[in-house]
Structure formats: structure tokens, C-alpha cells
Design a protein around this ligand. Structure first.
Ligand code: F6R
Ligand code: MG
Ligand code: MG
Length: 372
């Protein structure tokens, strides 16, 4: 077959018990809608899931990236779920991420997060889909760096000659809406110089340098920059292809064994550990968190999703191997919370600008007197 596109489009359109979890009825309505789209031949296949309060639509199709047809489909699903379920059940923050009234060609810049990858399906095409809640796109910077640039994480960078050409990282400056391509290992220091600033420079996609094979794509939208005010964190997603001259699935998962600190958590205003969880634990509780990530493993077969039972994916973090990361994550969560509202538990002033804190500080402005 010709090229296939895997699109993961997600939005928070309301949730149960605050910003806790997507309601099963929301998933059901999205599934029904996508089943009809499949029968009409718009999509080849789909899988609907959630990470916390974010509804995630995974779709395969032949329309390419940024297809108006696919983006409109996703937009209409989010609208339908909002109108048919979120509003009647008075779920919390119904339609939250639908920042614009009407669809205008592409959901990017309208609220939903998008990760899309157009590929020539390999003889065997394993890939992993990641989705996180209560954090921002910069949360992927450290794991993606480790997976594609760090030989102490990815043995293949040393052992597999097919990876010796390295990988090219496309980094977005989310403030300016510009990007730069950096070749690793040659420009690894420049890469880290940028992506260490996780709130501004985020990895958009990664190519294998030798043949420009697209290996990974991530969602990069910053809702607050679109809306110009606090509207929650973006709760990013990404798609990573694996094996046979790309990092092995185990090399892709290994960085998540370390619950690194990410921005987000309560009120999008705190640093917290990103803990890897199975789908059943993809719901935020303690202090609206801690931030969580799920990993779903699939094979692609002629554009169709192959999972365990039918297209049920391998629920990759639902494994004892990640118990240690979860435990350590909760220790870190407890340690950070003991700081209360003091930095660095709370984010710095630049990030807090996009929260409701400035409204509080405004009230004090007039009371500041000159130092005597
Ligand atoms: C973070 C998040 C939550 C809310 C918090 C307050 O992304 O969604 O932590 O910020 O629960 O929510 P509101 O202001 O809606 O009461
Ligand atoms: Mg929410
Ligand atoms: Mg969320």
C-alpha cells in the first residue's frame, strides 16, 4: 500500500470529579463516531483511550499529515462528545480545550494537541504511543534526548551500525513559532543548550539522519500561548517508531524508569515527577497528579492497528518493571509538596505569568511603597 498516516489528536473536553478522569460515555461516543468514519472509509482504523482528563483519538488513514478531513473529523468528535455527554452530565470544564467557535481547516492552534506521522509501512512496523496528563510538551525533551541521542540509554547507538549515522532533531521555539534542525551526535551540545529549557524549546520530530526516515513526532502546542491566558497545561502526546535500525522498544521505554521532574501538576503551576502508569491508573489524584504518562504498544498491518485482543494495545507501563519508578515518583512528590508554594516546587515567575497568580499580585501593586 502507499503511505499511511498515524494521527493522535487529543483534547480535554470535560471530565468526571474535577480534572480527574474522562467519563466512559465520552469514550463510547467517540468510538461510535470513529466507527462510522471507518465504515465510510475516512479512517483505516482507530483506537480511543484516555490519559486522566484527556480524550485521545488514535487514527490511521491515507490522507497525510495536516489533512483537513481528519482534523475536521477529530474536531467534530470533540464537539459531539461535549454536546452529547460533557454538557448533559455537567462534567467538569465541558469543552475546555475547544478554544475556537468553528473549525478552520486544522485543529492545530484551536486547542487540541496533535502528533501525526506519515510513513511507508515497513515489513514489520512496531510503534509506541505516549500520552501524558498534567504536564506540557517539554516533558518529552529528556526522554526523547535519551532515546535518540544518549548511548548510555540506547545501546543501539553504539552497537547497531544502522544507527551510527545519528538522528536529526527538529526543535520548536514555541514562543516564536520557529524551528531549527540539529544533527546528533555532531550538534548534541547545541541540542541540549536548547531543549534543557523545556518551557520554550520542545522537540517536534526526529529523523534518522542517513535516510531521513521519520522516527518520532510529538505534540508541541502551548494552549496558554494560543489563548493568551491560563487554560491548563497541554498534556502532550507522541508517537515513536521502534526496532530494526531504530531504538528498540525497551530503549524507548527505559527513560521512563526515571520519574523526571516536569512542569504542570496542580493548576499547571508546579514541578512534579512524571510517573509511568498503566491505563487503569491513568487518572490524576494526589494534588491533581502527580503528572502521569501511559505507553501503548501496537503493530501496524496494512494500516490496521494490531494489539493484543484485537486492537487492544500492549499496556506497556502496566508492568512490575516500572513499580520502582512509581514508588520513587511518589517519594519525590511528597518531598516537593513539603515545600508548599515556594520555588522550585512552584514554577518560576515566567511560567506563572500564564496562571491566575498575576490577578492576585495585581491587587498588591498599589500598596508597594518606595524604599526609604
Ligand atoms: C491542571 C489542572 C488542575 C486545575 C485545578 C483547578 O492542568 O487541570 O490542576 O488547574 O484543579 O481547577 P479549576 O480552576 O477549574 O477549579
Ligand atoms: Mg481538565
Ligand atoms: Mg489533562
Amino acid at each position: 500500500m502507499s503511505s499511511v498516516t498515524i494521527s493522535l489528536i487529543k483534547a480535554d473536553v470535560g471530565s468526571l470529579c474535577g480534572h480527574h478522569i474522562v467519563h466512559p460515555k465520552q469514550i463510547e461516543v467517540a468510538q461510535e463516531f470513529l466507527e462510522k468514519a471507518k465504515v465510510r472509509g475516512i479512517v483505516l482504523d482507530y483506537y480511543v483511550f484516555n490519559c486522566g482528563d484527556d480524550l485521545e483519538l488514535l487514527m490511521t488513514h491515507e490522507e497525510g499529515e495536516n489533512s483537513q478531513r481528519i482534523h475536521e473529523l477529530a474536531w467534530n468528535i470533540f464537539k459531539e462528545v461535549t454536546e452529547k455527554v460533557s454538557k448533559p452530565l455537567k462534567l467538569y470544564a465541558a469543552g475546555q480545550d475547544l478554544l475556537k467557535e468553528t473549525f478552520s481547516g486544522n485543529v492545530k492552534g484551536m486547542g487540541p494537541g496533535v502528533a501525526e506521522i506519515e510513513i511507508e509501512e515497513r515489513p514489520s512496523e512496531p510503534f509506541v504511543v505516549f500520552a501524558a496528563d498534567k504536564t506540557e510538551p517539554g516533558a518529552w525533551n529528556l526522554p526523547l534526548y535519551k532515546i535518540f541521542a544518549d548511548p548510555s540509554n540506547t545501546a543501539g547507538l553504539v552497537i547497531d551500525p544502522n544507527m551510527h549515522g545519528g538522528f536529526s532533531f527538529r526543535v520548536m521555539d514555541v514562543k516564536k513559532g520557529k524551528y531549527v534542525d540539529l544533527e546528533c551526535p555532531k550538534e548534541i551540545y547545541e541540542l541540549v543548550a536548547l531543549i534543557g529549557t523545556t518551557g520554550r524549546y520542545v522537540i517536534d520530530r526526529i529523523y534518522r539522519s542517513e535516510d531521513k526516515l521519520l522516527a518520532a513526532v510529538a505534540s508541541t502546542s502551548r494552549l496558554s500561548l494560543i489563548a493568551g491566558k491560563y487554560v491548563g497545561k497541554d498534556d502532550p502526546c507522541m508517537i515513536v517508531r521502534a526496532q530494526h535500525g531504530l531504538p528498540a522498544v525497551g530503549e524507548i521505554l527505559a527513560p521512563f524508569g526515571f520519574p523526571h521532574l516536569v512542569a504542570g501538576w496542580m493548576r499547571g503551576s508546579h514541578n512534579g515527577p512524571l510517573i509511568p502508569v498503566g491505563l487503569k491508573d491513568a487518572r490524576c489524584t494526589f494534588f491533581d497528579g502527580p503528572p502521569r504518562v501511559v505507553g501503548l504498544g501496537f503493530q501496524l498491518s496494512n494500516g490496521k492497528l494490531v494489539g493484543l485482543k484485537g486492537k487492544e494495545p500492549a499496556d506497556i507501563f502496566e508492568d512490575v518493571a516500572f513499580d520502582g519508578a512509581r514508588r520513587k515518583g511518589m517519594e519525590i512528590a511528597d518531598y516537593l509538596r513539603r515545600h508548599g508554594e515556594f520555588m522550585p516546587a512552584r514554577l518560576g515567575p515566567e511560567e506563572m505569568e500564564y496562571t491566575t497568580l498575576p490577578d492576585v499580585l495585581k491587587k498588591l501593586e498599589e500598596r508597594f511603597a518606595e524604599e526609604k
